[in-house]
Design a protein. Structure first.
Length: 259
């Protein structure tokens, strides 16, 4: 089930280093939200704060609130492992478990959650997840072969199948196409478009055409100066951000005048 994410007064730190300042935004369900901005402005850091992956780094912490349909992911009684099940993540480089079969890769997250599933249930789940990731037809005859035997684009779709197999509410993607060729990129972009029917999707991308193609809303982050924390400068409908932004910094970035 797709859920709304609200960030309220979110500040993010790596130890003493203040990486991101005062982010306030509402990420809509059943929509794709793109994070854009120059290198180092904190896009990935904000993304990782949405499923508590940020705090995995020693000394790293978040202040403020991140609410998933009104529930604070950082409340004391919330289990981060449960959060990561609800809010799945796909990384820049496809990272299937190389020696594991395609089938076991899809089921890896489910098994990690100690879910007991029968062979029939797991067969159904594997098919459903691979269909959901637009990969089924390409791999259905080789489910027992290693995931590493697939092309880069197929591996990335396998990682998406693995993410959706645990029925998350949100899928976070950190530059999911940056290691892929244009054809595989197109396949992932089409898939992102379909995923938003069921999930809240947030994608970090350096590719502005990609942000314009795949997202409904865009958040532009920026650094006021080197060494300063990153900030959310402007957030709104992608159409508006790209064609009629409110802020000069957004316009400069969109038109390639900096960044
Ligand atoms: N593990 C870490 N430890 C300390 N500082 C970090 C760590 N990861 C990122 N940072 C710093 O936090 C700031 C934001 O980094 P982040 O990777 O979120 O930016 P980004 O906008 O995603 O950049 P890019 O587009 O280059 O991926 C940068 O100053 C970066 O050096």
């Amino acid at each position: 089930m797709s859920k709304r994410i609200e960030l309220q007064d979110v500040d993010i730190y790596y130890g003493k280093f203040h990486a991101v300042r005062q982010v306030n935004m509402t990420i809509q369900p059943r929509a794709v939200t793109a994070f854009i901005g120059s290198s180092g402005c904190g896009k990935s850091t904000v993304l990782r704060s949405l499923n508590r992956m940020h705090e995995v780094i020693e000394g790293a912490y978040v202040t403020g609130q991140v609410l998933l349909d009104g529930v604070d992911l950082y409340a004391r009684d919330v289990d981060p492992v449960r959060v990561r099940r609800q809010v799945g993540m796909v990384f820049q480089r496809p990272n299937p478990f190389p020696t594991m079969s395609i089938r076991d890769n899809v089921l890896a997250g489910v098994r990690l959650n100690n879910a007991r599933v029968s062979r029939k249930e797991s067969d159904e789940l594997v098919e459903k997840s691979l269909r959901g990731a637009n990969l089924w037809n390409e791999v259905k005859d080789r489910l027992d072969r290693p995931g590493s035997g697939l092309s880069g684009g197929q591996q990335q779709r396998l990682c998406i199948a693995r993410a959706i197999a645990v029925s998350p509410d949100v899928i976070l993607m950190d530059e999911p196409c940056s290691a892929l060729d244009p054809i595989s990129t197109l396949a992932i972009e089409e898939l992102i478009h379909e995923l938003k029917e069921e999930y809240t999707v947030v994608i970090v991308t350096h590719n502005m055409q990609q942000a314009a193609r795949v997202s409904d809303q865009t958040a532009f982050f920026n650094l006021k100066a080197q060494g300063q924390p990153g900030e959310l400068i402007e957030f709104g409908d992608t159409e508006k951000i790209f064609h009629n932004p409110e802020e000069k910094a957004t316009e400069d970035y969109i038109t390639g005048r900096f960044g």
